[in-house]
Design a protein. Sequence first.
Length: 142
Amino acid sequence: MNHSKIIRAIALTLALGVCGTAGAETLTIVIEDIREASGTIQVQVHAGKAQFDGEGSVAQFMEPAVAGSITLVAEDLPPGEYAIRVMHDVNGNDALDANFVGAPTEPFAFSNNARAMFGPAAWEDARFILEGEVTQVISLNH
Protein backbone atom coordinates (compact mmCIF):
# COMPACT_ATOMS: atom_id res chain seq x y z
CA MET A 1 0.00 0.00 0.00
CA ASN A 2 1.44 3.39 -0.93
CA HIS A 3 1.41 6.51 1.25
CA SER A 4 -1.40 8.27 -0.65
CA LYS A 5 -3.77 5.32 -0.01
CA ILE A 6 -2.89 5.37 3.69
CA ILE A 7 -3.51 9.12 3.90
CA ARG A 8 -6.86 8.75 2.09
CA ALA A 9 -7.86 5.90 4.43
CA ILE A 10 -7.01 8.01 7.50
CA ALA A 11 -8.87 11.02 6.08
CA LEU A 12 -11.95 8.88 5.34
CA THR A 13 -11.88 7.40 8.84
CA LEU A 14 -11.66 10.87 10.40
CA ALA A 15 -14.44 12.21 8.16
CA LEU A 16 -16.74 9.32 9.06
CA GLY A 17 -16.03 9.85 12.74
CA VAL A 18 -16.88 13.55 12.51
CA CYS A 19 -20.04 12.93 10.48
CA GLY A 20 -21.16 10.23 12.88
CA THR A 21 -21.07 12.63 15.84
CA ALA A 22 -22.39 15.78 14.16
CA GLY A 23 -25.52 16.98 15.91
CA ALA A 24 -25.16 14.47 18.75
CA GLU A 25 -25.17 16.73 21.81
CA THR A 26 -24.97 15.50 25.42
CA LEU A 27 -26.85 17.09 28.32
CA THR A 28 -25.82 16.19 31.87
CA ILE A 29 -28.33 17.16 34.56
CA VAL A 30 -27.29 17.25 38.21
CA ILE A 31 -30.17 17.62 40.69
CA GLU A 32 -29.00 18.85 44.09
CA ASP A 33 -30.53 19.42 47.52
CA ILE A 34 -32.70 16.31 47.57
CA ARG A 35 -33.65 16.17 51.23
CA GLU A 36 -35.82 13.04 51.33
CA ALA A 37 -35.17 9.56 49.97
CA SER A 38 -38.83 8.96 49.22
CA GLY A 39 -40.85 9.13 46.03
CA THR A 40 -39.30 9.95 42.67
CA ILE A 41 -37.34 12.70 40.99
CA GLN A 42 -39.07 13.51 37.70
CA VAL A 43 -37.29 15.51 35.00
CA GLN A 44 -38.56 16.80 31.66
CA VAL A 45 -36.25 18.24 29.01
CA HIS A 46 -38.11 20.59 26.65
CA ALA A 47 -36.88 21.57 23.19
CA GLY A 48 -38.07 25.11 22.53
CA LYS A 49 -40.56 27.50 24.06
CA ALA A 50 -43.63 25.76 22.63
CA GLN A 51 -42.79 22.50 24.42
CA PHE A 52 -41.88 24.33 27.62
CA ASP A 53 -45.18 26.22 27.62
CA GLY A 54 -47.26 23.23 26.52
CA GLU A 55 -47.04 19.49 26.56
CA GLY A 56 -44.31 17.13 25.49
CA SER A 57 -40.60 16.77 25.96
CA VAL A 58 -37.60 15.36 24.13
CA ALA A 59 -36.36 13.46 27.19
CA GLN A 60 -37.91 12.37 30.47
CA PHE A 61 -36.46 10.75 33.56
CA MET A 62 -38.13 9.22 36.60
CA GLU A 63 -35.62 8.06 39.20
CA PRO A 64 -36.06 6.91 42.80
CA ALA A 65 -35.21 9.80 45.10
CA VAL A 66 -32.03 9.57 47.12
CA ALA A 67 -30.90 12.08 49.71
CA GLY A 68 -28.21 14.36 48.30
CA SER A 69 -27.96 14.55 44.52
CA ILE A 70 -28.46 12.55 41.35
CA THR A 71 -26.92 12.85 37.89
CA LEU A 72 -28.82 12.10 34.69
CA VAL A 73 -27.54 12.13 31.10
CA ALA A 74 -29.51 12.75 27.89
CA GLU A 75 -27.46 11.85 24.83
CA ASP A 76 -27.86 12.34 21.10
CA LEU A 77 -30.01 15.47 21.37
CA PRO A 78 -30.01 17.88 18.44
CA PRO A 79 -28.33 21.24 19.12
CA GLY A 80 -30.69 24.05 20.04
CA GLU A 81 -32.53 25.83 22.84
CA TYR A 82 -33.77 23.77 25.77
CA ALA A 83 -35.26 24.15 29.25
CA ILE A 84 -35.67 21.66 32.10
CA ARG A 85 -38.44 21.13 34.65
CA VAL A 86 -37.80 19.07 37.79
CA MET A 87 -40.10 17.90 40.55
CA HIS A 88 -39.60 15.71 43.57
CA ASP A 89 -42.80 13.70 43.83
CA VAL A 90 -42.34 12.89 47.50
CA ASN A 91 -45.65 11.04 47.95
CA GLY A 92 -45.58 9.16 44.63
CA ASN A 93 -48.87 10.45 43.20
CA ASP A 94 -47.25 11.63 39.89
CA ALA A 95 -48.26 15.24 40.54
CA LEU A 96 -46.66 18.36 41.95
CA ASP A 97 -48.86 18.91 44.98
CA ALA A 98 -49.91 22.47 45.85
CA ASN A 99 -51.61 24.27 48.70
CA PHE A 100 -54.98 26.08 48.55
CA VAL A 101 -53.47 29.13 46.78
CA GLY A 102 -51.60 27.02 44.23
CA ALA A 103 -48.07 27.25 45.69
CA PRO A 104 -46.16 23.94 45.37
CA THR A 105 -45.84 21.89 48.55
CA GLU A 106 -43.30 19.50 47.00
CA PRO A 107 -39.78 20.43 45.83
CA PHE A 108 -39.39 21.63 42.24
CA ALA A 109 -36.86 23.46 40.06
CA PHE A 110 -36.00 24.71 36.57
CA SER A 111 -32.85 24.87 34.47
CA ASN A 112 -30.53 27.78 35.23
CA ASN A 113 -32.12 27.66 38.71
CA ALA A 114 -34.74 30.03 37.26
CA ARG A 115 -37.16 31.32 39.88
CA ALA A 116 -40.89 30.70 39.74
CA MET A 117 -43.02 33.72 40.59
CA PHE A 118 -46.77 33.06 40.82
CA GLY A 119 -46.43 30.19 38.33
CA PRO A 120 -43.66 28.34 36.53
CA ALA A 121 -40.37 30.01 35.64
CA ALA A 122 -40.33 32.01 32.42
CA TRP A 123 -38.87 30.43 29.29
CA GLU A 124 -36.41 33.31 28.97
CA ASP A 125 -35.02 32.55 32.44
CA ALA A 126 -34.90 28.75 32.12
CA ARG A 127 -33.66 28.41 28.53
CA PHE A 128 -30.10 27.46 27.63
CA ILE A 129 -28.22 26.58 24.46
CA LEU A 130 -27.17 22.97 23.95
CA GLU A 131 -24.05 22.66 21.82
CA GLY A 132 -21.60 19.85 22.45
CA GLU A 133 -21.57 18.77 26.08
CA VAL A 134 -23.52 20.92 28.54
CA THR A 135 -24.08 20.41 32.27
CA GLN A 136 -27.00 21.94 34.16
CA VAL A 137 -26.66 21.89 37.97
CA ILE A 138 -30.11 22.46 39.42
CA SER A 139 -31.00 22.93 43.12
CA LEU A 140 -34.48 21.99 44.28
CA ASN A 141 -36.73 24.68 45.77
CA HIS A 142 -38.30 23.57 49.04
